[in-house]
Design a protein around this ligand. Structure first.
Ligand code: GRF
Length: 197
């Protein structure tokens, strides 16, 4: 299994994946030239590529990313704090082989500021979700979730830190499930027709 990680920022999930799968992460791509994730990759001796995401230029971005994935023989793409939506064309090509992690118990609180959304809703529990990626915002089929309590004293930052600890366990576990063939996207009507006629 050859992994690529796409990250826009800090890269703590990247670090957890590097620890869990030494030697398997071959490529890190960021749309941000100064992402700490790129520094982490370089420190680990992994190819770190900045691919700009120009306004209105998603197709160009995706073509460059696809070329890098092909060059490095990537078989599984992991989004970790990657702050862009990918097209149906790209996610369809990688269907079942592209994952994301999100800091809430989806389908609750998709999108930005998920921890603040949980606090604003008065949720007693929150957590994280690893899911397959489709063209929607945090809408793909769920692989696994981990739950953490929301404390009365929590701020968005303290809740985010508690969830992040859970994320660092959840992401490698989800990757193992996918690698073992134990997690896969729900079949589409086309899949079912192909399988059963
Ligand atoms: C994580 O909370 C992840 O769930 C969300 O963005 C954050 C990325 O953190 N999608 P890091 O860059 O992995 O530290």
């Amino acid at each position: 299994m050859t992994l690529a990680v796409l990250a826009s920022g800090r890269g703590s999930n990247l670090a957890a994946l590097l620890d869990a799968f030494p030697g398997d992460v071959r490529l890190v791509i960021s749309d941000k030239p100064d992402a700490a994730a790129l520094d982490r990759a370089r420190e680990a001796g992994i190819t770190a590529a900045h691919v700009p995401f120009p306004k209105g230029g998603r197709a160009t971005f995706e073509a460059q990313v696809q070329a890098l994935l092909d060059t490095h023989g990537v078989t599984l793409v992991l989004l970790a704090g990657f702050m862009r939506l990918l097209s149906a064309d790209f996610t369809g090509r990688w269907r079942g082989r592209i994952l994301n992690i999100h800091p809430s118990l989806l389908p609750a609180f998709p999108g930005l500021h998920a921890q603040q959304q949980a606090l604003d809703a008065g949720a007693a529990w929150s957590g994280c979700t690893v899911h397959f990626v489709d063209a929607g915002m945090d809408t793909g089929d769920i692989i696994l979730q981990k739950r953490v309590p929301v404390l009365r004293s929590d701020t968005a930052d303290t809740l985010a830190a508690r969830i992040l600890t859970a994320e660092h366990e959840a992401y490698p576990q989800a990757v193992r499930l996918v690698r073992a063939g134990l997690a896969f996207p729900r079949p589409t009507p086309d899949d079912l027709r192909a399988e059963f006629g």
